[in-house]
Write a protein that binds this ligand. Sequence first.
Ligand SMILES: Nc1ncnc2c1ncn2[C@@H]1O[C@H](COP(=O)(O)OP(=O)(O)O)[C@@H](O)[C@H]1O
Ligand SMILES: [Mg+2]
Length: 409
Amino acid sequence: MIRFEHVTKRYADGTTAVDDLSFEVAEGELVTLVGPSGCGKTTTMKMVNRLIEPTSGRILVEGEDIAETDPVALRRRIGYVIQQVGLFPHKTVLENTATVPHLLGWQRKKGRERAAELLDLVGLDPSVYADRYPDQLSGGQRQRVGVARALAADPPVLLMDEPFGAVDPVVREHLQTEFLRLQSQVRKTVLFVTHDIEEAVRLGDRIAVYGSGRIEQFDTPAAVLGAPASPYVADFVGADRGLKRLSVTPIEPGDLWQPPVVHLDDPLTKAAARLASDGARWAVVLDDADHLHGWIPADAADAADAAEGAEGAEGTEGAEGAEGAEGTDGTVRDHARRMEAWLPVGAPLKQAFSTMLQHDAGWIAVLDGERFLGVLTPGRLHEALRRSIDADAGGIARGDVNLQTVADT
Ligand SMILES: Nc1ncnc2c1ncn2[C@@H]1O[C@H](COP(=O)(O)OP(=O)(O)O)[C@@H](O)[C@H]1O
Ligand SMILES: [Mg+2]
């Protein structure tokens, strides 16, 4: 879909920004170009939409040599998203999004409908945001408009140059998640530039690790993390690449541990017995529909059980008897604790790990939609990571990934 053949770019001052570059991005594939500042990423990208002309070599887009294509016509087939989004300040969000359809001479109504559709797709409710101006948006929302605008004319190719580089890390992670969801729907051919290796491995189907002006390794994220092609790549992906692998390994149902499960309306005595028979210190609490409600610690079940027993005994002496008897009917509902730490199955292990840290939780629940699947514990997380290493075709020496780091942190 996008093919570089021996492309070199030398600037007038003699700087060789890109040196004999050859690679291909397949249709519907997302390739991230990652490397330190000044290594030639932006130059590579701008040659695709002819904002920069190569010194030698050629670039094909959809099989066509772009040197022989009209640059304006070419750019209409290529969506472009940059860090300084470049929204028109005096135009509304909807008008900004409809810019390209407008330039292409679409009927106004059709262009606006398409723009509203796109805003929805990037998570901006058009009924709320369509009429706002760019300065009435947060940084993350402006980036979303930038993405919507780039997609408005439905170009087959998308170029993205550090699009999420200027927003804070939390917003960036949201934007990445949304973009992955979006890409799974629209399946554009995407060249995505970043200097952030974590972003590169999270988003890329394949990643190209740049040295200066050259690609040092071009492979899947798992392969680059698992088997760096050179000391340079190993150094760039970092000594903690075992940890980075957490970002590219999804939680699978087989990774989960099955704790005892009780229901909200179970009598406390039953829950206590269930916990005792498992020798477990806590149980997961589900509601009638088997959706996750929370958890109950064994001591809450036991203690409440015992206390109610005592109350009941006292009650036999007088009028409180009735109350005491009610107490023995206590249900899990009265002692269940709400659960904050949960994740959808398929979320990256890294998110599981950081959720554990954030909630100071020894385990987190994993859901499929609303259905409870099981829990991930640090031990299970460790096993999942080991699974991903074993599954890695290229293979690497075991000692190479410091699993201890993960287990100890
Ligand atoms: N217009 C230009 N004239 C001369 N040198 C340039 C020009 N644009 C970029 N460079 C140089 O080319 C190299 C690659 O730049 P660039 O592609 O912007 O890198 P990146 O996007 O990876 O940070 C750098 O050394 C940069 O200084
Ligand atoms: Mg750049």
